[in-house]
Write a protein that binds this ligand. Sequence first.
Ligand SMILES: [Zn+2]
Length: 262
Amino acid sequence: MIGTGSAFPRHSYNSCYAIKNNGGLMLVDAGGGNGIFNAINDSGIKFADIHHIFITHTHTDHILGAVWLIRGIINMSKDGENCGSLHVYGNSSVCNALRVICQLTFLASDYALFTKNVELVEIAEESSLTINDTLIECFDVYSKNVAQTGFRMTFDCGEKLACLGDESLTEDNLKKIKGCDTLICGAFCRYEDKEIYKPYEKHHHTVRDVAILAEKAKVKNLVLVHSEDDNLENRQELYRAEASKYYSGNVFIPVDGGRLVF
Ligand SMILES: [Zn+2]
């Protein structure tokens, strides 16, 4: 877990994480800026090992870190380092936004290296791809405010992991995670703190809301991210206590740099 914070974190980095399988890494989202470099270092990940980045949607707290990673690989290439290609996966809005932002904000000579080192892979709704020999089935998470892509990932052992970007598990996307063992999704705050953080105004949901549906979906492992970070020391304990009232599986409330093994 590279970052676990929401769009405006105060004590953490924006939610993004790396999934390691078959010896390869896939980054899911990149947070909102060049803090991504420190965040990946703190997570024990080498920048040179990142060749696949899945961006769920165009919001600043998910996509702008990717602009810096693209700039990073262009710099390595200019320095003559053999860094391999960077494959960035996203829906058409994500690919267009990255192309335009990089073109408008990079030196022309750097942007010229974009196509040489970076492959933007546009994901169609309900399509699948293979990354690090692993099947990734993409789907619309039915976010209310932006086109957002989630995915199911099937590992060699048969276990399935689903990721919903910063969207919570909802009645709308519940069927998309059918049969999945592990779910990583957003939970903005505890239900009892809803008046403080106002999650529903931001199209987000609470730990309780997600826990109720996760029980219905029978997922074994529930990983909650994209949360308020006012009380990081106690967040794990408090969120787990609320989730366990409604959900009988394993609850993971990670911190930045934390490592989860399933
Ligand atoms: Zn977000």
